[in-house]
Write a protein that binds this ligand. Structure first.
Ligand SMILES: [Fe+2]
Length: 259
């Protein structure tokens, strides 16, 4: 879905995708585009961004623009019926984590909070219930994904996503499993979210990889640090302007080692 958004914008604006990584850099509407999600959670169907990683500079950032939004979306929960359970969990938790981060940040606003609260409520129904993949819960998660995307369009994520981006850029992990791995180390930042997340993972029997950042090289830890602290907006949202005083090089390495 993100690639389709980027291609749509590039077909009318020209240039390279990296030219538009940032906020409101796209000048013209892209070509007409319809999203049909086949997995729920990232909110890519509703957000005004399309996340891309630039391997040249390690920047993981999307084309944040009104023109990135889909013209139409078709939500059909039948399409998530045959997903592998772990993938369904990891991706679904992206919606929960977006809203948990947003609700704990300093950029809160009434509309973002309303979307976030409803998204978290739906995620609790799905992941604290018996079977997260029942027909009813697949429909609820599809709506949670959509609303979670709307929530994050008016606010910012927090600590989880920058660390997750580090794992994606340096170790090549996919976004949603990377978020779940990062949650292993998030107790000091989000104690309630940490507890609830692990409760959900246990209840649904989701496998969470462990020890992913043990025994890396110094160069890899340095790259992880750089690829994490580059994300100013969410880190300021979560920790304030002086976030680098909290997330020192040593502290960031310690956090990655807890994963
Ligand atoms: Fe995300």
């Amino acid at each position: 879905m993100d690639i389709a958004k980027a291609v749509s914008n590039l077909m009318t604006n020209g240039g390279n995708a990296e030219d538009y990584q940032g906020w409101d850099l796209v000048k013209l509407p892209g070509i007409f585009k319809i999203a049909i999600p086949t997995i729920s959670g990232t909110g890519a169907e509703s957000t005004r961004t399309c996340v891309m990683t630039n391997p040249a500079n390690g920047l993981k950032l999307g084309m944040n623009s009104d023109f990135t939004v889909y013209d139409q979306i078709i939500l059909d929960p039948e399409l998530t019926n045959t997903l592998p359970r772990n993938q369904y969990f990891y991706t679904g938790m992206d919606a929960y984590i977006h809203c948990m981060e947003s609700m704990n940040g300093s950029y809160r606003n009434a509309i973002g909070d309303a979307y976030s609260e409803q998204t978290i409520r739906l995620c609790r129904d799905v992941f604290l219930g018996d079977d997260m993949m029942s027909a009813e819960n697949r429909a609820k998660l599809m709506v949670a994904s959509y609303l979670g995307g709307c929530a994050i369009a008016t606010s910012y994520v927090g600590v989880v996503h920058p660390f997750s981006a580090g794992l994606s850029v340096v170790l090549g992990l996919h976004h949603c499993i990377a978020n779940c791995i990062v949650m292993r180390a998030m107790e000091p930042f989000y104690p309630e979210g940490y507890r609830e997340f692990h409760n959900m993972a246990e209840r649904q029997g989701a496998a969470l990889p462990e020890g992913i950042c043990h025994n890396l090289t110094d160069e890899q830890y340095d790259r992880l640090y750089e690829a994490t602290v580059i994300h100013q907006k969410p880190l300021i949202n979560a920790l304030g302007e002086n976030y680098k005083d909290i997330l020192t090089r040593a502290k960031v390495k310690e956090i990655f080692c807890k994963m």
